[in-house]
Ligand binder design. Structure first.
Ligand SMILES: [Ca+2]
Ligand SMILES: [Ca+2]
Length: 196
């Protein structure tokens, strides 16, 4: 009798131990899955904030600090170009309807001197917005002008307003434009198009 009671206690102890172990296993699985969810959450937060191994690229809206871009107008560009060409006694016809066949070019040049075949275009923001093929100088036509220049047929230089946007103020931008005009004139002199 004593024996059977003892064995009954042992049995019940073993039973509760087994049940405890099974419960612990369940709890452990539960906590592990909780930890996994938490880790996944942390990882997704890191991605959103752009830190860690998945940084968010820095494109998008430009920061609102710094100096606003300098925008030379059509009139400002032309005035400075004429000022420098005056020194060479070159007088341009303004708003000249220039055409060429092969390469095909049709645009209203800001200035052209038909005897020396020298011209220029100050490509302003207004020009960039012009979608009339008769007056506008498109990308292909710019390439065509460069081809004519290389072939020593017609000497056009295009001064693009976007090239002068990075300067601190208009005076500096106009100074940079003037330097480019002088480079153009120096090239025309080296080719014998203008007198040295
Ligand atoms: Ca222009
Ligand atoms: Ca055109």
């Amino acid at each position: 009798m004593t024996k059977s009671i003892k064995s009954g206690i042992i049995h019940s102890n073993q039973y509760s131990l087994e049940r405890g172990a099974a419960m612990w296993k369940k709890l452990r699985a539960y906590f592990i899955s909780l930890a996994m969810i938490f880790l996944l959450y942390i990882a997704s937060c890191k991605r959103k904030s752009g830190s860690g191994t998945n940084p968010v690229p820095l494109y998008g809206v430009a920061p609102a600090y710094g100096v606003p871009a300098v925008m030379l107008t059509e009139a400002e560009g032309r005035e400075r170009i004429h000022l420098v060409f005056d020194e060479e006694s070159v007088t341009f016809a303004n708003d000249y309807a220039f055409t060429n066949t092969g390469p095909d070019i049709e645009f209203e040049a800001d200035g052209y001197e038909s005897v020396k075949k020298v011209g220029y275009e100050f490509l302003s923001q207004d020009d960039a917005a012009d979608d009339n093929p008769v007056t506008a100088l498109d990308t292909d036509e710019r390439t065509g002008l460069a081809t004519l220049y290389t072939a020593d047929q017609v000497y056009f230089e295009v001064f693009d307003y976007t090239s002068y946007m990075g300067y601190g103020d208009k005076a500096a931008a106009l100074g940079a434009l003037e330097a480019d005009v002088r480079t153009f004139i120096a090239d025309l002199k080296s080719k014998g198009v203008l007198n040295p």
